[in-house]
Design a protein around this ligand. Structure first.
Ligand code: UDX
Length: 442
């Protein structure tokens, strides 16, 4: 018999977690306030592009292990274990995270609880939040109902969400010393298949669990900005950052992954998480500890302006009246997510400087149009390359990596290609008579 589980929030994290908990054999209800999301999910539609997720969703809905509701009362009545997976976006005009959705779940759920309950927080939160939520839940729960908040951060990457949830690198569980202490046993039961598979299971205090997540993302962001800073030096020194990354990456202490220079990181996590981390460290009096993350952020944002400047330079110093083809809008391949996407940001900046920009992305056009309706959009790479003065590859989709010069050279005005992700083979393009520009490549 599966455990009765409720997952609050059906965004990227929540929808994936709900579907994967059902895949593990648990009885799951996904809860959200957004009826349109629920309607889509009920019919087996994932409201975003995530390879493999809709199959898991459909299979488990059909098996009767997964359903969706907007009723907290129904979820409180049904489930013994609750997961909190709502968003913690950046506050408008501030570095800190907006915690209103996380607190709202506890405020609404706790008074409805009828029996001893464990709530596992999965959202990325400022350190100290879990302890506050635990105290709040105990205060709001009906008399005699024992409720425990534990922290179980999620490390999933978009594009690999199902795999990362069912076969994570590790499971981290932060426990509250003020609580009864059932959470560890419950977590071991919920994740028993994963633990049997030998996945490391680390039990910590609440603060450590919260910090593990933000520290991991800060490290990844730092690694990317490190190689992008080195790319800047490679450019002025006439060196090649790709070969350099290969060479340093052979050192196991360094490792090759997340050393791809380019237009930098974006998405719904890395940028906002490093900012919220800095803000929280400042509140706690350790602001100096993370000032380097300001530099990480600055290097990253500079990649975008540098790409605009490069494009302008190769367009004879002015973008006015030029036609620019942009291949890629998603913040990374295999995703339709355009939140803080470097590609779309660059496309927007180029257009503001007077160019006619035409964007193509295999999956992210719909989302791009919603936030940048004034950009031009096309249905294929060839389509947007019509009459282009320069072609910019800004998201390394397989489709663009495999593209050959012959596919687009009949339609462009000038054979100029800018590889914002260092994902093309320069020799192929140069030998076909193109001017090729990469990042940190001589
Ligand atoms: C990230 C973390 O990887 C994940 O563990 C966490 O749970 C959520 O945040 P995600 O936002 O899905 O996941 O994307 P990720 O694969 O980390 O890529 C982030 C950004 O970095 C993308 O814009 C990507 O293009 C960029 N990137 C990545 C680089 O510029 N260079 C690299 O070498 C790697």
């Amino acid at each position: 018999m599966g455990i009765r589980v409720a997952v609050f929030g059906t965004g990227y994290l929540g929808a994936t977690h709900a579907a994967c908990m059902a895949e593990l054999g648990h009885d799951v209800v996904g809860v959200d306030v957004d009826e349109s999301k629920l309607t889509a999910l009920r019919s087996g539609e994932v409201p975003f592009y995530e390879p493999g997720l809709s199959e898991v969703l459909r299979r488990n809905i059909e098996a009767g292990r997964l359903r969706f509701t907007s009723s907290y009362a129904e979820a409180a009545e049904f489930a013994d274990v609750h997961f909190l997976g709502v968003g913690t976006p950046q506050k408008r005009g501030e570095f800190g995270a907006d915690m209103r959705y996380v607190f709202a779940v506890i405020e609404e759920l706790a008074p409805l609880l009828t029996r001893p309950t464990v709530i596992f927080g999965k959202s990325t939160v400022p350190v100290g939040t879990a302890a506050q939520l635990g105290a709040l839940a105990r205060e709001l729960a009906p008399d005699g109902v024992d409720v425990e908040v534990a922290w179980n951060p999620e490390f999933l990457r978009e594009g690999f969400a199902v795999k990362d949830t069912l076969h994570p690198d590790r499971i981290v569980l932060g426990l509250d010393p003020a609580a009864e202490g059932r959470a560890e046993d419950v977590a071991r039961e919920v994740y028993s298949d994963l633990i049997d598979e030998g996945i490391p299971f680390l039990v910590t205090d609440l603060a450590t669990a919260e910090l593990v997540k933000v520290a991991a993302n800060a490290f990844l962001a730092t690694k990317i900005s490190f190689i992008n800073a080195i790319a800047e030096v490679c450019e002025v020194a006439g060196a090649d950052v790709t070969t350099l990354a290969d060479a340093i990456g052979y050192d196991e202490r360094i490792g090759r992954r997340f050393l791809n220079a380019g237009i930098g990181f974006g998405g719904g996590c890395l940028p906002k998480d490093i900012r919220a981390f800095m803000a929280r460290a400042g509140e706690l009096g350790a602001d100096q500890a993370l000032t380097f993350l300001r530099e990480v952020d600055a290097i990253n944002m500079r990649r975008r302006t540098t790409m605009v400047d490069t494009t302008k330079r190769i367009c004879d110093g002015s973008l006015l009246g030029k036609r620019i083809a942009v291949l890629g809008a998603a913040f990374k391949p295999n995703s339709d997510d355009v939140r803080d996407s470097p590609a779309l940001n660059i496309a927007g900046q180029i257009q503001l400087q007077g160019a006619a920009v035409s964007v193509y992305d295999p999956k992210a056009i719909h989302n791009s149009k919603a936030i940048f309706p004034t950009l031009g959009y096309g249905l294929s790479a060839k389509d947007v390359c019509q009459g282009a003065d320069a072609v910019l590859v800004l998201t390394e989709w397989e489709e663009f990596r495999k593209m050959t010069p012959s596919e687009i050279e009949g339609v462009v005005r000038r054979k100029v290609i800018v590889d914002g992700r260092n994902c093309l083979d320069p020799s192929v393009w140069r030998s076909a008579g193109w001017s090729y520009y990469g990042v940190g490549r001589s």
